[in-house]
Write a protein that binds this ligand. Structure first.
Ligand SMILES: [Zn+2]
Length: 115
C-alpha cells in the first residue's frame, strides 16, 4: 500500500505499477522504515496562495499592495471586515458579509479604500 510519505520519498519511482525501489508493492502498515526524505519534494501542506493569508483558519485574500506585518495587524484590528465596526464612528456594520463588497459607513461616510 502506498502511504502519504511515499510522495516525499527519494525511493518513490512515480510509477503506479512499481512505485518503490525497495517495496515494489508498498510498505507494510502505515509507516515505512526505508523512508528517505526527498529534498526536492514539495511540501504541499504548507502551500499558501500568493497574496493570501490565513486568519482564524480562513483564507483571506489580501489587498493588491504588499502590506507590512504592522499594517496587516492594523487592518485586522480596525477594518470592519474583521471588527464589524466603523473605524471612525464605531457604528456597527450589518454582519451579513456574504453579499457585502464595499465597507463604506452609512453613519459617518467613512470610505473603505483598502479592499
Ligand atoms: Zn462611521
Amino acid at each position: 500500500m502506498k502511504i502519504p510519505e511515499c510522495d516525499r520519498c527519494l525511493l518513490y519511482s512515480h510509477n503506479p505499477h512499481l512505485f518503490c525501489a525497495v517495496h515494489p508493492a508498498g510498505p507494510q502498515g502505515d509507516s515505512c522504515l526505508d523512508f528517505r526524505l526527498d529534498p526536492n519534494a514539495q511540501a504541499e501542506e504548507l502551500w499558501e496562495p500568493e497574496g493570501a493569508t490565513y486568519y482564524n483558519g480562513e483564507l483571506i485574500l489580501q489587498p493588491q499592495q504588499r502590506l507590512t506585518q504592522q499594517q496587516q495587524q492594523e487592518l485586522l484590528d480596525t477594518h470592519p471586515m474583521f471588527t464589524g465596526r466603523c473605524p471612525r464612528c464605531n457604528a456597527e456594520f450589518d454582519r451579513d458579509w456574504s453579499a457585502r463588497v464595499h465597507w463604506d459607513c452609512s453613519e459617518c461616510g467613512w470610505m473603505d479604500d483598502t479592499v
